[in-house]
Design a protein around this ligand. Sequence first.
Ligand code: C5P
Length: 309
Amino acid sequence: MLTVVPRPVTVRAPSKVNLHLAVGDLREDGFHELETVFQALSLGDDVSIVPAPATSVTVRGEDAASVPTNSDNLAWRAIEMVAAATGHSPDVAITIDKGIPVAGGMAGGSADAAAALLAADALWNLELTRAELHSFAARLGSDVPFALTGGTAVGTGRGEKLLPVLSRNTFHWVLALAKGGLSTPAVYRELDELRSKGSPPRLGDSKELMLALASGDPTRVAPLLGNDLQAAAVSLQPDLRRTLRAGVTAGALAGIVSGSGPTCAFLCSTADAAVEVGAELAGAGVCRTVRVATGPVAGARVVPRSSRG
Ligand code: C5P
């Protein structure tokens, strides 16, 4: 009898940086109303799935040990959700190759969830529509829909209502990865706390940033980068102030905390400038490690078998 060995499906999903993250008030459902501009970055995770006797998660890469390997893992939850909705067995072995810092404010868990959704769609030949995938994604987390769509987009609601943004050119980023992680809910709570005690400045709208992105000029984009969560992330991890200063001293056009942090993202004028800023930051002892990335890149995509390493 011929035994058919099932082939794994691999999906690559991008990380993100919020070029603009305006946090509104706390809603009754525990989320904050956002107006944010996301950009998908080339730093990504690869998620592979293959049928197996039971659901499992294996995580490889630098921070692998701090990623849950049970049903708390967002990729596992994505598989379970699609399986339950489509009548398939969720018994797959999930392997996650992490390129995105864990708990770093770059939506690594969300990328894994988006990748797992597409992988399940491909493995089980579901041919889910974009709208169906988006609806699963929004149930899994606020940043999961953007990991599916990629590019540059404005997000409202929890961040899950997306519209594409016209962005010319490729932007060059340096990412300073911090020693520990920050919990997203803790950073939002800290912002609420800071706001209850005083009135930290709030970002305005993103209209000027949209024009700058359409021009493709990083020197116009840089002064318009902003993140309402930055004050809260810095309050919880005061060392970030030094990291942010060091990047600009090293020649970056601007630096911001990425999402809820603690990763700091520095926009640079060219690819060469990014390599230089990265090297200086790495030598300055202000972060755990440094990565260079470009954006915007595409959202989650199946990796053809021929191009897998
Ligand atoms: O949606 P996600 O699971 O990524 O959100 C994690 C946590 O971040 C939420 O439980 C909430 O505390 C906070 N959050 C928020 N407002 C948002 C998005 C996230 O308060 N718009």
